[in-house]
Design a protein around this ligand. Structure first.
Ligand SMILES: [Mg+2]
Length: 392
């Protein structure tokens, strides 16, 4: 059995270009789907997939670990930079889809699953609609409350918000009070039974992240995400140590050694590895094993397209420490036209029952994908009031 080609299909989904990866084999009808979406780097990733494909076309798709080692180690440069790592991830996910199809079972069964009856999911405020999630001003606390109520009315028991504004390395009380008011409005709107998450997008410095975290601690957030740069491991550890709210991070981390350093210093309680960036399902399973040793839970980052979601769910059905699946469902109105999924989402509680189809259980409608060709992603730039550059 041989890989005969690796194709990329770019699907413009407003804020992101979904990069679908199709690994084709010499067996009639046998191919796998992966995803390598990397916002604002679409052309780079498509090019990187073509470069990495040179290593694996002609090889046996069933030797997934061997191919992963080749993709990561060969051509001299290790594959931990985010562009190359995302390219490797897209191919690796597709290889696991093929493995499941060959065995005739969902991927989670290849890894000893399922370990649970259903997976819990959460949404972004506004269901992932760009304007609601990313552009609701933190000065508009009432809108945070309204969007929170809408998420619960949609059946979700948990949702994520961006209630912490961009701040310079040190600022006074005003942004902290605004964040607190937005979170208080959401808590008032949904009560104590619903889980609220706040994503700081690694905007704050460790000092500001600590201030925000302490102000929000009394609201019992489910987790507090990226309160500072993931490179500031001491900052993460300081914040995680100071709060009762668990800190989450990991979506921008690709290398297993970097995860080890964060875990060893207790920089987080929740690891948000991104299966489409961290080296695919092969490396995600390694990182999960490492997290298990520290009793750190898993909540993979997944604001991308439908193959990423299917991969996260298969992973979730095989990992005991997986706590919740991030989802977006209203980023584009035609999301469901592009993919047919093998799993069922129950509207009540938005829980997902296991996929029963082989592999990732998805089929991509290539004609629908072609209706949405590449477009440059909208810029999302932050400048502080003095004109200096900040983190989005
Ligand atoms: Mg995030």
């Amino acid at each position: 059995m041989k890989i005969t080609g690796i194709e990329t299909l770019v699907c413009h989904a407003r804020m992101r270009n979904w990069v679908f990866v199709k690994v084709v084999t010499d067996q009639p009808g046998l191919f796998g789907w992966g995803e390598a979406t990397l916002e604002w780097h679409t052309r780079s990733v498509v090019g990187a997939i073509a470069d990495v494909a040179e290593l694996v076309v002609g090889e046996d798709p069933r030797r997934i670990e061997h191919l992963w080692q080749m993709m990561f180690r060969q051509h001299f440069w290790h594959g931990s930079g985010v562009v190359r790592s995302t390219a490797i991830s897209g191919i690796d996910i597709a290889l696991w889809d093929i493995a499941g199809k060959i065995a005739g079972v969902p991927c989670s069964q290849l890894w000893g699953g399922p370990v649970r009856d259903w997976v819990r999911t959460y949404c972004h405020l506004g269901g992932g609609k760009m304007e609601d999630f990313y552009e609701t001003s933190v000065e508009d606390a009432r809108k945070f409350g309204d969007l929170a109520s809408a998420a619960v009315a949609d059946g979700y028991t948990a949702f994520k918000s961006m209630a912490v504004p961009p701040t310079m390395p040190l600022e006074g009380l005003k942004p902290v009070r605004l964040a607190e008011a937005a979170v208080a409005a959401m808590r008032d709107a949904v009560g104590d039974e619903i889980d609220i998450m706040v994503d700081c997008h690694a905007r704050p410095s460790p000092a500001m992240g600590l201030r925000f975290g302490q102000a929000l601690d009394p609201y019992g957030l489910y987790f507090f995400e990226e309160p500072c740069w993931p490179e500031c491991i001491d900052g993460l550890a300081m914040i995680n140590d100071a709060l009762t709210t668990p800190v989450a991070t990991g979506e921008r981390v690709t290398d297993i050694a970097a995860f080890r350093d964060i875990f060893a210093r207790r920089g987080c309680e929740i690891c948000q590895l991104d299966i489409t960036h961290c080296g695919g399902l092969t490396n995600a399973r390694r990182i999960a094993a490492l997290a298990e040793a520290y009793r750190i839970s898993l909540a993979p980052h997944n604001p991308q397209g439908p193959v990423s979601t299917a991969a996260s769910l298969e992973f979730g059905f095989s990992q005991p420490s997986y706590i919740i699946c991030e989802t977006v469902h209203q980023d584009v109105p035609w999301r469901a036209d592009v993919v047919e999924e093998g799993y069922i989402t129950e509207p009540e509680g938005r829980i997902v029952r296991p996929n029963t189809r082989p592999g990732l259980g998805i089929s991509i409608n290539e004609d629908e994908v072609r209706k949405h060709p590449f477009e440059q992603e909208l810029p999302q730039q932050v400048f502080y009031r003095d004109g200096s550059a900040g983190d989005w």
